[in-house]
Design a binder for this molecule. Structure first.
Ligand code: KG4
Ligand code: ZN
Length: 333
């Protein structure tokens, strides 16, 4: 079964064809990021206008890269929520029109759940026949860390994602972006803080995230304010080092994510931790979670780097498990 996925929740416009919920035949992503950079964040009005410009081209390219025609598609999946409403509406209208014109089922998908599903996708070019559904058994805990969300999910099957914990204020990626702004590092903040932190060997600066002990929730707003106050106090000093401040911030965020997500696995007796979202591209989070997971007997999985950011492959993949015989009965995964 070939599912065409459409993703337009924020500043990326993406279309992808995924076969049987597993094999990525194509994944095309256009981004309006460079239009937003001078404002230090996403401007929803600009994002939705660019979505309109990109959507048809990206979809045609996804079909041609997969070597398929529109009539070879068995169903159309799209991101229903969450996201910027103007951007979402472009994908929702486009997918609805295609489904109507082709008389093919329409499958709405939850963007956050799809980020977790990215762990089960295999690129056609790198396919060695691996069975990720057996390698990453459910029930699992899912950790989604992106610019808009930081949540833990308890996952029994692909139709059942239950929130197990979440941020009470900023998302982890949002904290990265705001700290980068405080340190004049530009937007988005995650990749540059990740890169700068790798240059630091020892560091006597410490920033901590609020532990919110006894809960499964996160808080990333306090650590961002701690960086702001630190800069206000020490920023003019000769030995003020942006890489060391960035590194200390990242250590605080990564430590709490590692600790709380592995604890959630133990509480739920889950042997698998599935990580997704833009912050899942963070090199230290990836290496530390995998290492700590091995120590405590939990298989930690991250999507391929290219599937951490917003993409339509994750939407088309998850949709395979949410299909229903008729358009009317499609459920939101
Ligand atoms: O999932 P995503 O592409 O969009 C949302 O759905 O939000 O995530 C974007 C976020 C941004 O906040 C960005 O700073 C962060 O992911 N990010 C990173 C890294 N790469 C992107 N954060 C930490 N380390 C990275 N390497
Ligand atoms: Zn996302």
């Amino acid at each position: 079964m070939n599912i065409l996925g459409i993703e337009t929740s924020c500043d990326e416009t993406s279309a992808s064809v995924v076969k049987n919920g597993r094999t990525l035949l194509s994944n095309v992503v256009a981004s309006s990021l460079s239009d937003h950079q001078k404002y230090g964040g996403i401007i929803p009005e600009i994002a939705s206008r660019r979505q309109l410009e990109f959507i048809t081209i990206v979809t045609m390219k996804a079909l041609s890269s997969a070597g398929l025609k529109l009539t070879d598609i068995d169903a159309i999946a799209y991101t229903k929520k969450p996201g910027l409403i103007g951007s979402l509406l472009v994908g929702i209208s486009f997918a609805n029109s295609l489904s109507f014109a082709l008389n093919k089922p329409l499958i709405p998908v939850n963007h956050i759940h799809a980020h977790i599903y990215a762990n089960f996708l295999v690129d056609k070019a790198k396919d060695k026949g691996q069975d990720l559904f057996s390698e990453l058994p459910l029930p699992a805990i899912g950790l989604v860390v992106s610019g808009g969300h930081s949540s833990l999910f308890s996952i029994k099957n692909f139709q059942s994602f239950r929130v197990f914990g979440q941020t009470r204020d900023d998302a982890a990626g949002e904290a990265y972006d705001k700290v980068a702004r405080i340190l004049d590092l530009g937007y988005p903040g995650g990749p540059v803080i990740d890169k700068l932190s790798r240059t630091v060997k020892d560091n006597d600066i410490r920033f901590l995230c609020a532990p919110l002990a006894g809960t499964n929730d996160f808080s990333f707003s306090g650590i961002k304010t701690a960086v702001l106050y630190y800069k206000q106090k020490h920023g003019a000093k000769k030995d003020f080092s942006i890489p060391r401040v960035a590194h200390a911030f990242q250590e605080g965020v990564v430590n709490i994510l590692v600790e709380k997500s592995l604890l959630a696995c133990q509480k739920r007796k889950a042997k698998t931790l599935l990580v997704g979202g833009g912050v899942a591209a963070n090199t230290i989070l990836r290496s530390r979670l995998e290492a700590r997971g091995r120590e405590v007997g939990i298989r930690v999985s991250f999507p391929a780097m290219s599937l951490c950011m917003d993409n339509a492959a994750m939407v088309a993949g998850l949709a395979y498990h949410c299909q229903r015989p008729s358009v009317k009965n499609a459920v939101l995964c």
